[in-house]
Design a protein around this ligand. Structure first.
Ligand SMILES: [Fe+2]
Length: 145
């Protein structure tokens, strides 16, 4: 289980807040997928909504990070943006998988994505690329973001 409490704070308000929300949403998604397996109540629409929220929040979050990196002329912008694009494509693929097929196999697959793969990616991304970005932004006058 990957927990947000192990993620370092980057001390840039909107980034830390949105990272927390992404962890919370992935965790809530994992919970909904568990309920879907138990078939105790219909949750397909809730899963779809949460997948949409996670996707649109991630698109907005990446765009905001990229805007700051551009504004402050962060040297590693291209590498960072490519990683964002790769992860967005991956997220879109998982979303589409759910829309096409809501079988037990898909639910188990998405549980792994929401419960392990995505949070592990996010934690690693925060510790590496986002940390480098945030320290650059802070030392170039971006501490009021
Ligand atoms: Fe990032």
């Amino acid at each position: 289980m990957v927990d947000f409490k192990y993620a370092p704070r980057l001390d840039i308000g909107f980034i830390d807040r949105e990272h927390q929300k992404a962890f919370d949403d992935a965790n809530a998604l994992k919970g909904l997928l568990e309920s879907a397996l138990e078939a105790s109540k219909p949750v397909a629409a809730d899963i779809e909504n949460l997948l949409q929220t996670l996707l649109s929040d991630t698109i907005n979050h990446f765009a905001l990070e990229e805007k700051q990196m551009r504004e402050y002329q962060f040297p590693a912008l291209d590498i960072h943006r490519k990683e964002h694009q790769r992860v967005l494509k991956w997220m879109e693929k998982e979303h589409r998988r759910w829309q096409l097929d809501q079988s037990v196999e898909t639910i188990v697959h998405l549980q792994h994505y929401a419960g392990e793969q995505f949070p592990a990616w996010l934690l690693n991304h925060i510790v590496t690329m986002d940390t480098a970005m945030a320290s650059y932004l802070r030392s170039h006058g971006g501490d009021a973001l």
